[in-house]
Design a protein around this ligand. Structure first.
Ligand code: C2E
Ligand code: CA
Ligand code: CA
Length: 761
């Protein structure tokens, strides 16, 4: 601010500039000496002495503006002597711009009946040396008869003087400096408070709102009038109404007011979704707590960003879990996979010595048939259910894994009784399950191997469990077996058998035996079944043992062709005698998988000179349900060429009578297990009755297998079974012995007598 501006600003209130003509009052000149004299006496100082010792400049100015009296401080302040001042116009002491207004002031004082002083005004004084200073001027009227209380009466007032004014001038230039600093500090503080993004609230020690910044009101949306009304309760209610948890807010305030020195920092959630950070610290003045400062920061964008980061992290974690799941879980059953099982097994084997580690390896029995007959959906459902049951049989921490296909494994660590767990599993699996409306009875073969001195590594344990499982399958399935060293010998045997079988196939050791089949209608043998025989070191190896090995190794292709070729060759002459006669040959599903099977069969019959119409191929029902429809096509092509198809072992699989009508077959071979239900011949066996009548209804002929007793034969004949095959008539015999076997068979049939119901098929 320039000097001129200052003057304009203060001019209105300044000491009047044109206050009339100065009239010197010489009588006042001696006041200085008088004061000094009184001070020396030790009595109460005279009013004159007080005036002289007053640190502020004191002047008496008469109505026309003339200086009538000054004190010592006036001389000091302005640099004039008393004589130079008395009788002069007071305006000589005021800086340019402050010299007017004396008259107005005078009138204002006069109007005031009490004659009291006006509030001080600020003005600039002018020293003798021309320098200016800032001062504060206070004026009051001096009545001619006024007395100073407690002093001797004033000398009689000059009758010419009339009213005059006492003017007190105080140099305030020192204050200006402090004020400027304070103002600067205040302005800085205000600017800071108002420019911060934080909302600030200051609450007094008594809990009343002492101040807020604009940001506070706008952040909280507090109406100005609410703050102006100074109704703190209403403000609080307004604040609380916006919060998600007002009770917590109150609780925090209460806790802080109980402990005024405490600082705090927390987060407030708003109902509109915003989030504020709240800081609170005591307001201190000279180390004393006089209130509390609250500051609020809107951290909503930061929180939203943080929420997004958290969400992204959660998504990532979920993806990682999913990836881990993919890596370690079987997607179908949600069980662990081979990888995880291997890891856990390796971990378990490195555990403390003496901890039991058991591996239970299991494989569903005849699962392929479930898949083939009921479809993959049913197969999947069964696997899922098996997985569920397995889990229920063991402790939550035990590892249950699906190794692939229908093979599962359970790892027990620290189990007290692994055999009990194996037993539970086998029993649990026996419970039938309903899939797509069909009741299925799962069964499994389980091999159990445990850690021991001679089996400490994972691969050995697994190998042993596998050997035990294979032994359980061989022993008749649907059971568990614990590994025993002898089983290893069986495994070796299996491997040796495969090698031996290959040798046998190559060196022509596979022979064929023929079993006669009696026709009820003809009362004679019109069909023989060719059955493979392996003569090994002088002993006959049962087909049940070597056929599965041949199927697994693929050797069945060569064996099957060999049996067909030998059969056609050896039976050609017998077949040629009567076109009604036929030769039945067993065909494995593996053979039918080969695309050129039909061609091969027809090539063999042709090369042997056998009429295809005299050939019957025996297949089990599972071959019809393979995905490859060329199996059906092959059989259809063969049937077109006159070859007939028999459904072998009927009733043992997962099939049902209902499916029969869809199958491209000519004959049904009822499995021996049904025939063996006939003991006395007097029992009621509706299953046999319906099998036969249904087959007839579909235009199929029926052969009963494994007929061993006359009762069985008679019973079956009464049910109009078309053909009978079994030890009652003849065992399978090599070609040279077949003629007599056929003769014996016919004789045995005749021996059944008139009981037989002659059929017409
Ligand atoms: P399959 O086709 O059901 O053959 C009938 C089996 O029952 C024969 O056993 C036969 O000796 C036996 N059998 C016949 N009558 C009776 C009886 O009254 N009582 C008893 N207990 N058994 C009787 P085999 O010759 O041991 O053949 C067993 C199985 O091996 C056959 O069952 C067949 O599935 C398979 N097989 C045999 N030869 C071949 C072949 O050349 N190719 C294929 N793929 N499988 C064959
Ligand atoms: Ca057969
Ligand atoms: Ca059979």
């Amino acid at each position: 601010m320039t000097s001129a501006q200052r003057r304009d600003a203060h001019g209105a209130a300044a000491v009047p500039r044109d206050a009339g003509e100065a009239t010197p009052a010489a009588g006042q000149a001696a006041t200085g000496q008088a004061a000094a004299g009184q001070a020396a006496t030790g009595q109460a100082p005279s009013s004159q002495a007080v005036l002289e010792s007053c640190p502020d400049a004191l002047l008496v100015v008469v109505e026309d503006g003339t200086i009538r009296m000054v004190n010592a401080a006036t001389e000091r302040l302005f640099g004039y002597t008393r004589d130079e001042l008395l009788g002069q116009d007071h305006r000589m002491l005021l800086a340019e711009g402050f010299r007017s207004g004396f008259q107005r002031l005078f009138f204002a004082l006069r109007r005031d009946v009490d004659g009291g002083a006006l509030p001080p005004v600020e003005a600039y004084g002018l020293r003798r040396d021309g320098s200016e200073f800032q001062g504060e001027i206070t004026c009051s009227l001096v009545f001619p008869a006024a007395r100073v209380v407690g002093t001797a009466p004033n000398p009689p007032a000059d009758p010419d003087a009339g009213l005059c004014m006492a003017v007190l001038i105080r140099d305030t230039s020192h204050r200006l400096e402090a004020d400027t600093e304070l103002r600067a500090a205040m302005s800085l503080l205000t600017a800071t408070l108002e420019s911060t993004a934080d909302g600030i609230l200051v609450v007094s020690g008594k809990g009343q709102i002492a101040g807020v910044n604009n940001q506070f009101t706008s952040m909280w949306g507090i109406p100005r009038e609410l703050l102006a009304a100074r109704d703190d309760d209403a403000v609080l209610a307004f604040v609380l109404d916006q919060l998600v948890d007002p009770a917590q807010f109150i609780e925090k305030i209460t806790a802080l007011y109980a402990d005024p020195d405490q600082e705090s920092h927390d987060v407030l959630d708003f109902r509109d979704g915003r989030t504020f950070e709240r800081y609170s610290r005591p307001q201190l003045v000279a180390d004393e707590v006089v209130g509390r400062v609250w500051s609020f920061r809107d951290v909503t964008p930061a929180r939203i960003a943080q929420d997004q980061i958290n969400q992204a992290m959660a998504d990532l974690a979920e993806q990682a879990a999913q990836l881990k799941d993919l890596a370690f879980k079987d997607p179908l059953t949600r069980l662990f996979n081979r990888q995880l099982f291997n890891d856990r097994l390796a971990g378990a084997l490195q555990g403390p010595l003496g901890t039991a580690v058991d591996v239970l390896l299991l494989d569903l029995d005849d699962f392929k048939e479930v898949n083939d007959i009921h479809g993959h959906h049913a197969g999947d459902q069964m696997l899922i259910e098996v997985g569920r049951r397995l889990r229920a049989c063991v402790r939550p921490d035990d590892v249950v894994a699906r190794l692939g296909g229908d093979e599962f494994v359970v790892l027990l660590v620290g189990s007290l009784d692994a055999e009990a767990a194996a037993e539970r599993i086998v029993e649990a699996l026996k419970v039938p399950l309903r899939i797509d409306g069909t009741m299925l009875r799962p069964s499994l073969s389980l091999g159990l191997a445990s850690i021991s001195e001679d089996a400490v590594d994972a691969s050995e344990l697994l190998r042993r469990a596998d050997v035990a499982m294979y032994a359980a399958k061989t022993a008749g399935k649907n059971r568990y077996l614990r590994f025993r060293p002898e089983m290893m010998a069986a495994l070796v045997e299996r491997t040796e058998m495969e090698a031996g079988l290959r040798l046998a196939v190559d060196s022509g050791q596979i022979a064929v035996h023929y079993q006669p089949i009696l026709s009820a209608r003809h009362g004679a043998v019109v069909k023989v079944e060719a059955l493979a025989r392996w003569e090994r070191d002088g002993d006959l190896v049962p087909p049940q043992e070597f056929i599965p090995v041949a199927e697994r190794s693929g050797l069945i292709m060569e064996i099957g062709t060999e049996v067909l070729l030998t059969g056609c060759t050896e039976m050609k002459s017998w077949l040629a005698e009567d076109p009604v006669r036929s030769l039945a040959v067993n065909v494995s599903g593996v053979q039918l998988q080969h695309g050129d099977f039909a061609e091969l069969v027809l090539a063999v019959t042709e090369s042997c000179g056998v009429d295809p119409r005299q050939l019957v191929l025996e297949v089990t029902e599972s071959v019809f349900f393979d995905d490859d429809c060329h199996v059906i096509q092959q059989l259809a092509a063969l049937r077109k060429a006159g070859v007939r198809v028999a459904l072998d072992d009927f009733g043992t699989g997962y099939s049902s009578l209902g499916r029969l009508q869809d199958l491209p077959v000519d004959t049904l071979k009822i499995d021996q297990s049904f025939v063996s239900m006939i003991h006395t011949g007097a029992e009621k066996l509706p299953i046999l009755t319906s099998m036969i009548s249904m087959a007839h209804g579909l235009g199929l002929t029926v052969t009963a297998e494994g007929v061993e007793t006359e009762q069985q034969a008679k019973y079956l004949l009464r049910l109009e079974c078309d053909s009978l095959q079994g030890f009652l008539f003849s065992r399978p015999e090599p070609r040279p012995l077949l003629a007599s076997a056929i003769g014996r068979s016919a004789a045995a049939f005749t021996a059944l007598g008139g009981d037989r119901v002659s059929g017409n098929r």
